[in-house]
Write a protein that binds this ligand. Structure first.
Ligand SMILES: Cc1ncc(COP(=O)(O)O)c(C=O)c1O
Length: 749
């Protein structure tokens, strides 16, 4: 019954919350309990009260109803819930909203309330409501509408700037290959060209010229067979992804032309590629209807195996894509071997399968520090190469390059010519308009650093990678997966992940500000999970030392935490008992306040029913006893069933346990009269005084007293029964409230 009531209560509570939210969000699905938090107006008290009134209130007496209603006041407030738990995500989110409120909108603003769209979770049921981990489920977003009115520019700046403070620090983002630092002179150039649309080539011929110079420099760097006075074939893009789309389209078109000319079908093109491919290849395949024939990785060989790749090539293969700098481990694939094997296969089959090199990150590394490594246009089957200018090209996000070996490798039909901007303009990009700044910044880096500068930067990155590797190896806990020759990054797995995982380490490192991603490797080595640290130009020697120190600290802390856990676990489950105790302590804190509130109500009730009783602790002139009802009826109660025993404070729980109301009464007596605004204390002389029967030898005063005592004892008997009934009801309510509080504590955890 209790359980049933609890379930219904919780269901109603959920419904209450949902209804409250529905008022704003027009949606009455179940919602995650913690979704309520961001909205100041909605409190747990409101939802719980609504639910209680629907479910339990009709069955409860006035005293219980009032007590419960008082108890509702003891439920934690929104602010307590948000600020008590040491839950960083919550706190951060709360702060975020606080700053938003402070800077923009006050609580009374209707737009503010409507602005929150609470995401609904259809899977949440009444019973698991509130039990969900906060982090995974605290998902809400601000649904923005354009404001009706303008605001001052400095206010707009402040609002956005304040909110952006919550973004991470790009320099500590070790997940990304993309440049996060450039010289201030280059920043100036970027700012001064921020208003130039690159596509207006006639308007900005110098910018176009700078792009062409960059293409030429890159083509030379990659050993394209371009004569001294020739123009290299290539284009600046938004990044390697766009570059890969363009290269892929060129291969597809060439293959189709070839097949058509041979009178063969041309509908099932495919690309052979390693499972370590970057996601842009999957995008290309899906967007442009090309199959991917994936070469899976194997233990201790985390890049595409050229032998397997060539085996997979068939007559529909438009190209084999090799990666110079695997996204997962930074390792360079063996393009030279691939070229040799493919040359042989082409000779045998008569096919002319080409190679594309995805040198997104390796393209600006290999030429400078591995000049003898043959991976580029020195190999005859390499027809196109892409590289990210915004990675080791050392430019801020927004620039990539694709270069073709010769003019013949880029089908003419893919080049569009427009003249409405003033002159004939060939374009071969997916996008039309784009900024010029990144192209200009790339040119700045090429002429500023020159070969020497790039070489120095890459060597420095390599040196920092080596230091980091040494530091990690010294800890004795990691296997280094990345290779010395490759992109300067460290990919490492845990030697022993039985106690904690790389994901735990990644999570813990965030508290120092580091973003070190952890991920599982692609097929067929998914069982390996690694952490990856990308070493960029702005990652210094001292940052490497600091990172190692932080990794060591995190790992040591986790070791210590695990060994404490183990020690506790060996005490036959005492560990969980301890944590349960902590939870109970939290619950009892709220519960005590609830009981106190109920005690007030119970006292008020007793006053009304038994007006001749004195509950005040002011010394009595007539009885001479203390105001505790149990004490004032001692004589009678000795003859009858014993009433709740008096307990001086602080007192251990008497046995048998008594109704909480009595405990509360004792503690709170004296305050009761003032707090409840009850009529002045009455004397023992009752309004409905019992008839007095004289016993032999008894004075009339004695007889009167005896009759009064008798009456009191009878009243107390009735009261005890009443209290016991209420106690059951209170227990019911208590269980319910406890469940709510337990949910809360779980939430807080
Ligand atoms: C191997 C590889 N190819 C392509 C890309 C996509 O590059 P972008 O971000 O420049 O579009 C990446 C990005 O990390 C990459 O590592």
């Amino acid at each position: 019954m209790t359980h049933l009531t609890t379930d219904i209560f919780l269901a109603s509570l959920a419904d209450g919350v949902s209804t409250l939210l529905a008022r704003d969000s027009q949606n009455s699905d179940w919602v995650s309990f913690n979704c309520v938090f961001p909205i100041r107006k909605y409190t747990l008290k409101k939802a719980a009260t609504a639910a209680y009134q629907q479910v339990c209130a009709p069955y409860h007496t006035w005293a219980v109803r009032t007590a419960v209603s008082a108890g509702m006041c003891t439920l934690p407030t929104r602010d307590q819930l948000l600020l008590n738990p040491n839950e960083t995500y919550m706190v951060v989110t709360h702060k975020k909203f606080k700053s938003l409120e402070a800077s923009t909108i006050d609580d009374t603003n209707e737009g503010y309330e409507n602005a929150f769209e609470i995401l609904h979770y259809p899977t949440i049921t009444a019973t698991n409501l509130g039990m969900l981990p906060i982090k995974d489920n605290l998902v809400f977003k601000r649904m923005f509408k354009m404001p009706d009115q303008s605001i001052p520019k400095d206010a707009a700046y402040q609002i956005i700037n304040d909110e952006l403070m919550l973004d991470g620090n790009p320099r500590l983002n070790l997940a990304s290959f993309v440049t996060t630092w450039m010289e201030p002179e280059c920043d100036k150039l970027i700012m001064s060209s921020i208003n130039k649309n690159y596509v207006d080539m006639d308007m900005y011929p110098v910018t176009t010229e700078l792009q062409n110079r960059c293409v030429n420099m890159i083509a030379h760097l990659f050993h394209a067979p371009v004569g001294e006075h020739d123009t290299a074939i290539g284009v600046g893009t938004v990044g390697s992804s766009e570059a890969i789309m363009l290269a892929g389209l060129a291969f597809k078109r060439k293959w189709q032309e070839n097949r058509k000319s041979q009178g063969k079908t041309y509908h099932n093109p495919n690309i052979v590629i390693g499972s370590n491919m970057q996601v842009c290849w999957e995008k290309f395949a899906r967007y442009f209807d090309v199959d991917l024939k994936v070469v899976n990785l194997k233990e201790d060989y985390y890049v595409m195996d050229p032998v397997k790749a060539v085996e997979m090539v068939d007559e529909n293969t438009i190209c084999v894509a090799a990666t110079l700098g695997s996204t997962m481990t930074g390792e360079f694939e063996d393009v030279k071997l691939l070229n040799e094997l493919l040359l042989n296969k082409n000779k045998e089959t008569g096919w002319n399968t080409p190679i594309h090199v995805d040198a997104a990150s390796g393209g600006f590394i290999a030429p400078f520090i591995y000049p003898d490594l043959e991976w580029d246009f020195r190999l005859p089957l390499v027809k196109s190469i892409n590289a990210s200018g915004h990675k080791y090209g050392l430019v801020y996000a927004g620039v990539g390059w694709v270069v073709w070996r010769t003019k013949e490798d880029l089908p003419d039909e893919l080049i569009f010519h427009i003249n409405y901007l003033g002159s004939d303009q060939p374009t071969f990009t997916l996008n039309f308009s784009k900024g010029s700044s990144q192209i200009i910044a790339q040119y700045y880096q090429f002429i500023r650093l020159g070969f020497e500068g790039y070489e120095n930067v890459m060597k420095n990155c390599n040196e920092n990678a080596r230091l980091l590797k040494e530091g990690l190896e010294k800890t004795g806990r990691f296997n280094i997966i990345s290779k010395d020759i490759g992109v300067p990054l460290l990919a490492f797995s845990l030697k022993d992940s039985s106690r904690y995982t790389v994901f735990d380490i990644s999570e813990s490192l965030r508290r120092f500000g580091w973003v070190v991603p952890a991920y599982t490797m692609p097929p067929d080595v998914q069982h390996i999970s690694v952490l990856r640290v990308v070493i960029r130009e702005d990652f210094s020697h001292s940052l490497a030392d600091r990172l190692i120190a932080n990794i060591v600290r995190v790992v040591n802390e986790m070791d210590a935490a695990k060994s404490t856990d183990n020690a506790i676990n060996t005490r036959d489950g005492e560990a969980s008992e301890d944590s349960k105790k902590e939870v109970k302590l939290g619950i009892s804190k709220y519960w005590r306040r609830f009981v106190h509130a109920m005690a007030d109500q119970a006292e008020q009730y007793i006053y009304q029913r038994f007006p001749y009783l004195r509950l005040d602790d002011t010394p009595s002139s007539s009885s001479g006893s203390d105001s505790d009802p149990s004490e004032s009826s001692t004589a009678a109660s000795q003859a009858e069933a014993p009433p709740p025993a008096p307990a001086p404070e602080p007192a251990p729980m008497p046995s048998p346990p008594r109704a909480p109301a009595w405990d509360g009464l004792r503690r709170m007596r004296g305050q009761a009269r003032k707090m409840t605004g009850l009529p002045p204390r009455r004397q023992m002389a009752p309004i409905d005084e019992p008839d007095t029967i004289h016993e032999v030898g008894e004075s009339s005063h004695q007889a009167e007293l005896r009759a009064q005592v008798h009456q009191i004892s009878q009243d107390l008997q009735a009261l005890r029964q009443d209290v016991s009934q209420h106690h059951t009801l209170l227990e019911d309510t208590r269980t319910t409230v406890l469940e709510i509080l337990t949910s809360h504590l779980t939430l807080m955890e």
